[in-house]
Write a protein that binds this ligand. Structure first.
Ligand code: NAD
Ligand code: IPM
Ligand code: MN
Length: 359
């Protein structure tokens, strides 16, 4: 059966990096993958064209797709929009919420060729392979009440950090399952020394543990986890945490792998439908220059093949092609050593395609 893929380039470097990832999808198609690919607007681009960061037509097409590939949204042009419901980021958050994409997988995997690009010493990151499982449709990102209002003659801003047991349990199960397929170590990151919501989080994780006897569960406070990630990151296998802590820790983990431009992600719902995107943003500082690293987006296509399309062999082939171009010394500016020759976004795409075809 033909599977539907919706590509949402978004803003900033989004169109540049998704263009390269779309070429990889087309190469898979040429190899017999039965897909139909279409494109739609999201984020600031959608706001500019249609007055909404998530037009109804985009949402309807996302619902109908087996998988969505998203570039990135946002940028200074829209940061001052008075109506925050129109901000590009609301388009992304709306997609996650509407599609029920609660399980966000962010693999911080060091390609050995990039050990020197990591901000940590090579011996600290050699062989690094962490899977961060981030809850994506709850927590402080979505809790009610929220707002900015006048109280006692001054404005106050507030958000609500809330998780139900059911929300914690379903992300906990994703993480335990993931750990049982990997090195069987799960570290749950919380702030249970201060926040009731994460006291409950910890309790639910403990309650699930006996169902996964092969997995060793540990707990860590988020401040310590941030420190441990840059002190001795290889102690982690699978990390499970809430929406905001996961956002922050995954950007830190990205740097261990050489660049935020290397970190892909999958966001999954209960029925296996997924949205795939790099963990980085729209990088307004380098947008339009053909210098952004497209590998996180290309690796997100590999995750799409693995998690939504059941095409693990093709996924491995893309990952191998990325390994090959790194072996061949190709580097975009973010992963280049000082003085090393760099390639453009499109040249990196060319090289991945050539390697993919040669495998
Ligand atoms: P960012 O990730 O866009 O950029 C941070 C730094 O990393 C910048 O110096 C940028 O040039 C660099 N960088 C990011 N991706 C890169 C790549 N592929 N290749 C090379 N360098 C890369 O984060 P920011 O600057 O905090 O945010 C910019 C905008 O992106 C904001 O509007 C933010 O809301 C949005 N954002 C969107 C997403 C998303 O769509 N998923 C994620 C994060 C941030
Ligand atoms: C990410 C981004 C988003 C988030 C923003 C753009 C809403 O930082 O995907 O990591 O905070 O989840
Ligand atoms: Mn983020």
């Amino acid at each position: 059966m033909t599977r539907k893929i919706l590509v949402l380039p978004g803003d900033g470097i989004g169109p540049e990096i998704t263009a390269q990832a779309s070429r990889v999808l087309a190469a898979c198609q040429a190899r017999g993958l039965d897909i139909e690919v279409e494109e739609a607007l999201v984020g600031g681009a959608a706001y500019d064209a249609e007055g909404s960061p998530l037009p109804e037509s985009t949402l309807a097409r996302a619902r109908a797709a087996n998988a969505v590939l998203l570039g990135a949204v946002g940028g200074p042009k829209w940061d001052t929009l008075e109506d925050i419901s129109k901000r590009p980021e609301k388009g992304l958050l709306g997609l996650r919420k509407e599609l029920g994409l609660f399980g966000n997988l962010r693999p911080a995997l060091l390609y050995p060729q990039l050990a020197e690009a990591s901000s940590l010493k090579p011996e600290l990151v050699a062989g690094l392979d962490i899977m961060i499982v981030r809850e994506l449709t709850g927590g402080i990102y979505f809790g009610q009440p929220r707002g900015i209002e006048e109280r006692d003659g001054q404005r106050v801003g507030y958000n609500t950090y809330v998780y139900s047991e059911a929300e914690i349990e379903r992300i906990g199960r994703v993480a335990f399952e993931m750990a049982s397929k990997r090195n069987k170590k799960l570290c749950s990151v919380d702030k249970a020394n201060v926040l009731e919501v994460t006291m409950l989080w910890r309790e639910v994780m403990e309650r699930l543990a006996p169902e996964y006897p092969d997995v060793e569960l540990s707990h860590m406070y988020v401040d310590n986890a941030a420190m441990q990630l840059v002190r001795a990151p290889k102690q982690f296998d699978v990390v499970v945490t809430g929406n905001m802590f996961g956002d922050i820790l995954s950007d830190a983990a990205a740097m261990l792998t050489g660049s935020i431009g290397m970190l892909p992600s999958a966001s999954l719902n209960a029925s296996g439908q997924g949205m795939y995107e790099p963990c980085h943003g729209s990088a307004p500082d380098i947008a339009g220059q053909n210098v952004a690293n497209p590998l996180a987006t290309i690796l997100s296509v590999a995750m799409m093949l693995r998690y939504s399309l059941g095409e693990a062999a093709l996924a491995e082939r893309i990952e191998a092609a990325v390994g090959q171009v790194l072996d061949d010394g190709l580097r975009t500016a973010d992963i280049a050593a000082e003085g090393q020759r760099t390639v453009s976004t499109a040249e990196m795409g060319d090289a991945v395609l050539a390697a993919f075809d040669a495998i």
